[in-house]
Each structure stands twice: as C-alpha cells, then as structure tokens.
Design a protein around this ligand. Structure first.
Ligand code: SAM
Length: 286
C-alpha cells in the first residue's frame, strides 16, 4: 500500500500529476499516519460497516477505512485527484468513488443503495469551508449509526458544548438533537500539508435512535432555536417575540411562563428538553 502520509512519497506523487492544492476546496491533506488510523479505529469501523467518506483527497483515510470496513463509498469533488487515487486506493475492491459535490447528493438514497445489509457510518476529514452544511446534511439524512469527522477544534467544541457555556449555539442544539457528540482527540497543524492556521479535532456523533423529547412540531422547535440564539445575552422573550411575531411581546412572555420558566430566562441556558417545552407551548397556540 502506498504510504500517502509520508511526504517523501506524497510530494513526488503530487508532482508527477502536476497537482496543486486548492484552497477553495479546503485541501489540507494528512501527513501523519496515526491520524487516519486513529479515526478509523475510534470510529469503530469494522466489517459490518458501510462507510461514506467525504473528500478522500489522495486517500490516507480511505485506505484505513477500506482495510477495516465492509464497504466504502467516497465522494470527491476534485476530479484532478482521479489518477492519484487510482494509484493509492485502486487495489481495494470494497471501494467505490463517486465524483461530485457531496452537497448535491441525496445522501439517504445513496446510503440505502450502496450499503444494503451494512451498518451505515460517515467518516471524513472535512473541508473546513463547508463543515456546517456537510455536517447538517449528514445528520438530517438521518441514516447513519455514527458520524465521525475532523473539523476545526473550535467547531468541535461548539458541537459538544453544554447549555450556558460560551460555545453553546444554535448549531450545538441542532447537532445534539440528532446525535450525542464525543470529542475524540486533537490534531495539530503540523499533521497537514499545507498546514492550516488552526488546531483540528476529531469528534464522533452517535446518532440517537430515539429522540425522547416529545416535540410536537420540529419546524417550530428549530425556529425557536434560531430565534433564541439570534439575540444572545438578551431575555428569551425578546428573541421569541422577534422570531415569532405572531405571538407578540405579551404572547412570548406568556409562552415562557406557561412552559414553567422565569420571565427573564435566557435562551442560551436552556437544554433540548427545555426548548422542547417552550416549542410545544408555541405549537399549542397555533
Ligand atoms: N481525506 C483527505 C485527507 O485527510 O488528507 C483530504 C481531506 S481535505 C481536508 C478535504 C477534501 O474534500 C479534499 O479532497 C477536497 O477536494 C474535498 N472536497 C471539498 N469540497 C467538497 C465537496 N463539496 N464534495 C466532496 N468533496 C469535497
């Protein structure tokens, strides 16, 4: 197997194909073998797994996934990588590469088609310029057992944040609605070529089999989340009145009290079940 993380191997390989990194496509390739090995191992990839990889690049993580998974499908937007991937991962019969933008794929349909009888997982060293849309699409597809990704460390901290902490955000609630996050390990800039300016981190999101929050209307719930974090450090009633103008100021205050909260409560201190109580009070008034 070609050791693509070895820069003595990688540099001539890229040069042979006249390949230049694209900043616009978020191309920071791994040059530390322990990272893809640890991602595959800590994600729990085994023969029962069908793994969707986003952005194989020149294949360091793809190799590790193929060594352990039942099947791997890798979606890559940059077709210049095709001859390189032929060399680095061409030997794996359990790999299929799909050329195109992952955000244009119907992920649930793809997983159903490619991973019949396997346990679907997603694994990736994500292109940082579109971390949130890709992660949102993976979670909303609601078809994976787990999603294990490398992202900027501050994004990982935001995903795993607890209510009332500075990192807690609308994106935190969105991710934790779908899955339980666990921070796995940090990856310093020198593990990549070219080096990013920030530290990265690998996080795994175990998708919840059940969401026991009795949310009457998920659209209202997510509208509430957006409204609650749009005005941080303000009373929730202000955000609520702005996000749900049909309630009016008095209605917003009434909803908060009816859900059992103090009128001065702030949105960024609330947990998912607490947001659910408020969302259900709004739903009742429709
Ligand atoms: N997996 C490789 C590694 O760890 O060295 C490459 C990771 S690099 C951070 C991100 C990869 O995602 C690049 O190969 C890039 O071309 C690809 N990519 C960027 N945007 C994409 C998109 N919209 N759909 C699919 N792949 C994309």
């Amino acid at each position: 197997m070609v050791n693509v993380c070895d820069i003595q191997v990688m540099k001539p390989l890229l040069a042979d194909h006249g390949f230049h990194f694209s900043k616009a496509k978020g191309q920071n390739f791994l040059i530390a073998q322990w990272v893809p090995e640890s991602i595959a191992q800590q994600a729990g990839v085994d023969a029962s797994a069908g793994v969707l990889e986003i952005g194989p690049g020149i294949g360091p993580l793809t190799q590790q996934l193929c060594l352990h998974a039942g099947k791997v499908c890798a979606v890559e937007v940059d077709t210049r990588l095709e001859p390189i991937l032929n060399q680095t991962v061409g030997e794996f019969s359990n790999l299929e590469i799909l050329w195109g933008d992952v955000l244009k794929q119907d992920i649930a349909a793809l997983v159903a088609e490619k991973f019949d009888g396997l346990r679907p997982m997603a694994c990736a060293n994500l292109p940082y310029y579109i971390t949130s849309p890709i992660l949102s699409a993976l979670l909303e597809a609601d078809c994976f057992d787990s999603v294990t990704v490398m992202v900027q460390k501050e994004v990982a901290q935001r995903i795993a944040a607890a209510p009332g902490t500075p990192d807690y955000s609308a994106f935190t609630v969105f991710c934790q609605y779908y899955a339980e996050p666990e921070l796995l390990f940090d990856v310093p800039p020198h593990c990549f070529m070219p080096q990013p300016k920030v530290t990265s981190a690998v996080i795994t999101l175990k998708v919840r089999k059940q969401r026991n929050w009795d949310i009457a209307d998920p659209d209202i719930f997510f509208r509430l989340i957006r409204a609650s974090f749009a005005m941080r450090r303000k009373k929730l009633s202000n955000g609520l009145a702005a996000g749900f103008p049909e309630l009016g100021k008095a209605g917003a205050a009434e909803v908060i009290l009816a859900a059992g909260f103090d009128e001065n409560v702030r949105g960024e201190t609330l947990s998912i079940p607490e947001f659910a109580r408020i969302a259900n009070e709004i739903a009742k008034r429709r």
